[in-house]
Design a binder for this molecule. Structure first.
Ligand code: MN
Ligand code: ZN
Length: 468
């Protein structure tokens, strides 16, 4: 898809489709009014007849509107005007983009980017509108056969233009578009990796993807193999990998476009490409979804791709411990005790709590190798976090209030929210082991917090946050 930003009158656009908004109770926006005036009341007539009342996400496509130059006008319901906020803005953009794919239009100009959202500007408007559109346009069909892929009709839409009210808003709009294009590059990388099945997306595949990005962008990629992990005494990571025939990889990506010598931001992502639970095997239902247990890794690889695409002047290192977690004769067993890279011994009471095992060694590696200014890890670590927060927010844990606040605000800004959870020392008691320094599970209560508390044992000296 090609995207543009411009400024012009709605009734004068020579395109296949012009997109305008209608608030609840049939109250038109300025752009809809402009078309109404040019057409001598065509829009008002439609609203009067009751075909659209303006509920959020409602769509009505009107053809051959007199007095305008476009082939179609798409009316998009925006809901109650006084309730119109960030979520409503995104929802309207998303329904409009999805509907555009079904119209047969080659190009469209949307005026939904005129809508004002409290505390946001046109840079944000265009950025969020583009990201919503990219979300609507995303498809994953690499795994379909050639024939069925050909049968999936390609949408005709090629160009989307976001309109801003004044010429003086164009610069802000362009900035928003550039940011969105960089971000969506990273999002696509992450989504594709997530959607690939585990027989294709192995630890080696993740490593290969990182290396391919290293060929496209100024990213230095190193892959640590099993012998090096052994040398570094990453025994927790190796314990998880021991049940798999796929060799584990520790993927290291360095994007160093910031000031020379400035300490990097470290991003660490859990890369369990399939999690059967190991000897503590999971029940069969929804086991296929365990291919998504590498989505932390996908997020980190995607974030580095986005940073590189946007040429951000930052030093960032991305670290991905990648392995499968499977039951096998060689697999680690409940009760086994391993010595982590940090020297702490861990009693592995449940082999399905493997994410924290691979992360603790990765976090130690990051701290020792890079001494990062900030370290953020991303992981599908616990089912307990979804029980606590559902799918509306990631659990955020941090040992630095300032960092937590920054991450919460960043999440709000792009509609990918986090919610801060406690990391109180009292929870550490649940991780007591009879035989080792620490146990890898803390019981039924506060499951996501004890997981974060386990990681905290390895990140005391870091400015650190964990997203579950
Ligand atoms: Mn698990
Ligand atoms: Zn897992």
């Amino acid at each position: 898809m090609q995207y543009f930003v411009k400024s012009g009158n709605a009734e004068k656009q020579r395109v296949a489709c012009v997109v305008v908004g209608i608030f609840d109770r049939r109250h038109p926006t300025d752009a809809a009014n402009a078309i109404d005036t040019a057409s001598n009341g065509a829009i008002a007539g439609i609203l009067r007849r009751g075909d659209l009342d303006g509920k959020l996400g409602q769509i009505l496509v009107v053809h051959n509107v007199p007095g305008v130059f476009c082939d179609r006008v798409m009316l998009v319901g925006l809901g109650r005007e006084r309730n119109f906020g960030e979520a409503e803005f995104r929802a309207a953009q998303l329904s409009a983009a999805k509907a555009l794919l079904t119209t047969g239009s080659i190009d469209a100009v949307t005026y939904l980017t005129h809508l004002q959202v409290k505390g946001r500007d046109y840079q944000w408007n265009v950025q969020q509108a583009t990201l919503s559109a990219e979300g609507a346009f995303y498809r994953f069909d690499y795994c379909r056969g050639e024939k069925s892929r050909a049968e999936l009709q390609d949408p005709k839409l090629e160009r989307v233009t976001f309109d801003v009210p004044r010429r003086s808003d164009l610069a802000a709009g362009d900035r928003g578009l550039r940011e969105a294009c960089g971000i969506s590059r990273g999002v696509r990388v992450a989504k594709d990796l997530g959607n690939l099945p585990a027989n294709i997306c192995t630890p080696a595949h993740l490593a290969k993807q990182a290396q391919d990005l290293g060929k496209q962008y100024p990213i230095k990629v190193k892959i640590l193999e099993e012998p090096q992990m052994r040398e570094l005494r990453m025994n927790a990571l190796l314990a998880v990998a021991s049940g798999s025939r796929q060799p584990p990889k520790l993927i290291v990506m360095e994007y160093m476009r910031g000031p020379k010598g400035e300490k990097p931001i470290a991003l660490v992502g859990k890369g369990v490409t399939f999690d059967a639970g190991g000897i503590s095997i999971k029940p069969a239902a929804k086991l296929d979804e365990m291919k998504f247990d590498m989505c932390g890794a996908a997020s980190v690889i995607g974030a580095i791709a986005a940073a590189a695409e946007m040429q951000l002047p930052l030093n960032i290192v991305g670290i991905v411990p990648a392995t499968e977690n499977l039951p096998d004769g060689q697999a680690v067993k409940p009760g086994d005790i391993v010595t982590t890279m940090a020297g702490l011994t861990v009693e592995i009471l449940n082999t399905d709590a493997e994410g924290r095992l691979i992360l603790c060694d990765a976090l130690t590696y990051v701290a020792q190798t890079y001494d990062p200014a900030t370290c953020i890890d991303v992981a599908t670590l616990t089912g307990a976090c979804v029980i606590a927060l559902g799918h509306q927010a990631s659990g955020l844990f941090s040992n630095q209030t300032g960092l937590a606040r920054q991450l919460l605000a960043a999440g709000e800004c792009v509609g990918d929210r986090a919610w801060e959870m406690p990391l109180w020392e009292e929870y550490q008691a649940q991780l007591k082991s009879e035989f080792a320094d620490v146990a890898n599970i803390g019981g039924r209560e506060a499951g996501s917090i004890t997981a974060a508390s386990f990681l905290h044992r390895f990140t005391r000296k870091l400015r650190w946050a964990h997203l579950d």
